[in-house]
Design a binder for this molecule. Sequence first.
Ligand code: PGA
Length: 258
Amino acid sequence: MRKPIIAGNWKANLTLREAATLIHQLKGSCDTDAADVVVCPPFTALAAVAPLLKGSRIALGAQDVFWEAAGAFTGEVTPPMLVDVGCRYAIVGHSERRTQFGESDEVVRRKLQAALAHGLTPIVCIGETLAQREAAQTLDVLTRQLDGALGGSPPDICRRLILAYEPVWAIGTGKHATPEQAQEAHRAIRQWVADRCGPEAGAAIRIQYGGSVTAANAAGLLQQPDVDGALVGGASLKAEAFGAIIKAAAGTGAASPP
Ligand code: PGA
């Protein structure tokens, strides 16, 4: 059975004071063993949030990571720095990084390799644009992104990461994928993993859905057999909404067959 994993991507939001308030409010709603919960604050808030999570079940993640361990790379934050501050996860290849900061599949590959080398669990994001979906290219795009990020790696890599299917047209738009659209993409992604890394890895890998997940639509998405959690942007900034999404995940986790 795959344990659902819900991650909150705060993006470029929240001051230290606001972050502390949100964590305080969240702690009450995250006391479940039926789902893994991660928050990904901006880099500036990681050191402040880490101690606030002590004694809770919420894990810390970063929104990005650099591919080198240290050196003359102005502005970058490296895997050992993230480990040092208490991160266990790092988002890699978010579509906002790909489209607004020019990250290629090769950059995504280097970042996820570096994260893994230092013991971080990468959350690797893939997804198609609206134009690509309308041109019936969705599954081709996903395959290309998976090949680009994971191709050439030893097959056991699939056991050490989390994938997030995030259709670009659904991110921050209020227009989420239907449960059927999500399931179709997730099934194809799982098949890619099974083909590339073996059937056991295909069955074990956790694939999150991301893109306008809310308290209202989470249950329908999370009930799909190949949807193993959510990567949540806007709704992760509100304790009530994020808490409701976690509860929906915990419910589906508990209801899934062993
Ligand atoms: P959203 O963002 O939930 O605000 O659409 C999701 C994401 O970008 O990870």
